[in-house]
Design a protein around this ligand. Structure first.
Ligand code: FEO
Ligand code: CA
Ligand code: CA
Length: 676
């Protein structure tokens, strides 16, 4: 049996969706292909990968248990002081792991929307024992990731009445459905998906638009709002930009190459300056199965994206996810998708000009000359940092004129040099190596195979670029690099300076002239993550950072209206860092630079996504993703967590209610700006 067949027979369906998040950690850059054996050695919990890749290689192997214990004793002395000159004022949360979430003293963390919450007057109440695709399509989806807020036009208080946009990245069937996991020979094994289960999961993907209002300091859904909307795998979308209508995106079902149904694996996102939301299609490879016809022209393209990987069984029930039947369908995913929340009948647009890869988010800023610059991460080990500069200029007085800005402009990929400069190299057909000699016949070809174009230009191979956030207040840009334990000593470079980088780092870019459109700039490392009291880890938080304040695996980032950086994480855990994921406030300026403080932490097994601040900075919206997805690593639970035997039933804590990914609204008790 080949390794590939072994993978399919053991894990297709049985380990299902949860494999997906593993794969954003799988190196695909041609020089670093993983073996399939590495993939199949992982357990179905995504934490299994982290435990294997991070804890073993990074903590045990490089530091050792004895050193960890010694370090723990030393922490109290090392971190005795509090940050001086910090832009943040709050008493930080104690880092740790338990079944509940925790926020800084004096703040409330209220559950706003939970998986299954009805979003429309006619939506059924959540009944986990009797889920249907039809019910899920009218309820809040699973695994909330990006959260964005925009005021309703004309709202009396723009920070108390608006629209929330939330991504639903992926599904965890072992946590969602009763009867999915069986214990065989003492091991938890997931049953194969049925058509109905697959279709519930399809409806649990996508995004939600929800009108929300704050009354007497508390946020609530407006259930009868005309704006409320569920976007799912069935929602009609339009391909726009240079790839739209070209042959490589035409299918049996769509001869126009413009009409696509659905968006999948939507990770981070952003609010655009004109009040739409963009969402990044990330690990799209996992939804496609089957084999391309022999000699098909997409073989090289798909291999670079790891298509197919097929932890999902959708291709068994829907032909378009089977590459043998619809070889081009996968080219219609992997884009940045733009949604107008003010028009619930609007057709979401897949903006192909921004390139096709495992998109993280598309945080944007308006440059001095009015052009808009969106920063784009490709979350894969050894993949690249990009930015897109619009051809047109943002018009603050004419929303309609801005709606297609993302259809024309220039996509750039970054090369970080050892001398502290960064060069943005244009990905333009006909320039440099992006010609017919390398298989590109048009700009559409360059965009469909953005990664290969970046390879040819010699872009810098990064440690998994996640969110990249421009700070319009300071003019600087922050790049979250979450980890890359596969980087060897020989592969270390100035911008990715640690081999076996288990805990990630944050790069700060200052574009020339503080102009976001510049094609050159300078960069430096803001901080290297991990426990700074363990010398072998090489973390560089400021010495003002307390034992609670350091973190690993930066993922999402946001700048509040005061220009302060907040970072949420993906991958901390009991046996990895002794703490859950959470939201950290990170100083970037002055004497307190690189000081970090823990503001909020998630329940056991969860990851923190979002965050997003209301315009007045009085509410922080955060998304708790895949809570309860773990177990054995946490001694207080000590076994696999699944529907019938959960490590936490957050946020309801009712015996008949499973753990539910939820959006949380954090406010200061009595009102006021957060962290001030
Ligand atoms: Fe969905 Fe790159 O995180
Ligand atoms: Ca992410
Ligand atoms: Ca994440």
């Amino acid at each position: 049996m080949t390794q590939e067949n072994q993978f399919e027979s053991q894990f297709e369906d049985t380990f299902g969706a949860s494999m997906l998040e593993h794969d954003d950690a799988t190196p695909l850059n041609p020089t670093q292909n993983p073996t399939m054996g590495e993939l199949i050695s992982q357990r179905f919990s995504r934490r299994g990968l982290l435990k294997g890749a991070l804890a073993v290689s990074a903590i045990s192997a490089t530091v050792g248990t004895t050193a960890l214990i010694a370090a723990d004793e030393a922490r109290a002395q090392v971190y005795a002081s509090q940050a001086k000159g910090s832009a943040f004022a709050f008493k930080e949360v104690e880092a740790g792991v338990d079944a509940n979430h925790h926020v800084a003293e004096g703040y409330d963390a209220d559950i706003l929307l939970r998986w299954g919450d009805p979003l429309f007057p006619d939506a059924p109440e959540f009944d986990p024992a009797r889920q249907t695709p039809e019910a899920q399509a009218k309820q809040f989806g699973y695994n909330n990731d990006f959260v964005g807020y925009t005021p309703l036009p004309g709202a009396a208080d723009p920070s108390a009445h608006g629209l929330l946009f939330v991504n639903h990245e992926y599904t965890n069937p072992h946590l969602m459905f009763p009867g999915v996991v069986e214990i065989k020979d003492g091991k938890a094994v997931m049953k194969n998906a049925t058509k109905e289960r697959a279709e519930i999961e399809m409806m649990a993907h996508g995004a939600t638009v929800a009108e929300i209002r704050k009354t007497n300091g508390k946020w609530a859904l407006v259930r009868d709002s005309k704006y409320n909307r569920r976007i799912t795998v069935a929602t009609e979308m339009q391909l726009t930009g240079p790839v739209a209508g070209t042959d490589r995106v035409k299918t049996n079902a769509d001869a126009t190459g413009r009409k696509v149904f659905g968006t999948i694996n939507n990770c981070a996102g952003a609010l655009t300056p004109w009040g739409t939301f963009v969402t990044g299609e990330e690990n799209v490879h996992g939804y496609f199965s089957g084999k391309l016809p022999d000699g098909h022209r997409e073989e090289v393209n798909y291999k670079r994206m790891a298509i197919p990987s097929a932890p999902y069984a959708w291709g068994r029930f829907h032909d378009r996810f089977d590459l043998a039947k619809e070889p081009n369908e996968a080219n219609r995913f992997g884009w940045v998708v733009e949604v107008d929340p003010l028009d619930p009948t609007s057709i979401p647009k897949k903006r192909t000009a921004l390139g096709r890869f495992k998109h993280e988010g598309a945080d944007a800023a308006v440059a001095k000359d009015g052009r808009v610059v969106a920063y784009l991460g490709d979350d894969e080990r050894f993949d690249y940092v990009y930015k897109f500069v619009t051809a047109g200029r943002f018009d603050p007085n004419n929303r309609a004129a801005n709606m297609d800005l993302y259809d024309s402009g220039t996509l750039y990929v970054a090369k970080f040099a050892a001398d502290g400069t960064v060069e943005w190299m244009p990905l333009v057909f006909g320039q440099g190596p992006l010609t017919a000699a390398n298989g590109f016949q048009s700009q559409a070809d360059v965009l469909l195979e953005t990664r290969r174009a970046g390879d040819l230009l010699g872009a810098t191979k990064m440690d998994r670029p996640e969110d990249i956030t421009p700070n319009a207040v300071t003019g600087k840009v922050y790049v979250m690099l979450t980890n890359n334990t596969n980087r060897t000593d020989a592969q270390v470079d100035a911008a990715n300076p640690r081999a076996k980088n288990a805990f990630g780092h944050i790069v700060e870019i200052i574009e020339d002239g503080a102009d976001f459109t510049a094609t050159k700039g300078k960069w430096e490392i803001l901080l290297k993550c991990g426990d700074p009291s363990v010398a072998a880890v090489g973390a560089t938080f400021s010495t003002e950072t307390t034992r609670n304040g350091w973190f690993g695996m930066p993922d999402n980032s946001v700048i509040d209206s005061a220009g302060r950086l907040w970072v949420s994480t993906d991958g901390n855990g009991f046996d990895v860092t002794g703490r859950t994921d959470g939201l950290w406030a990170v100083d970037t300026e002055g004497a307190a630079r690189a000081t970090s403080k823990l503001f909020y932490r998630v329940p056991h097994g969860g990851e923190l996504c979002g965050p997003f601040f209301s315009p007045d900075d009085q509410t922080a919206f955060v998304a708790v993703q895949h809570p309860g997805d773990d177990g054995p690593d946490w001694p207080a639970f000590g076994r696999r967590s699944y529907y019938e035997d959960l490590s936490t039933r957050w946020p309801d804590f009712k015996p008949d209610m499973p753990v539910r990914p939820s959006v949380v609204a954090i406010t200061k008790r009595g009102g006021g700006k957060i962290g001030v």
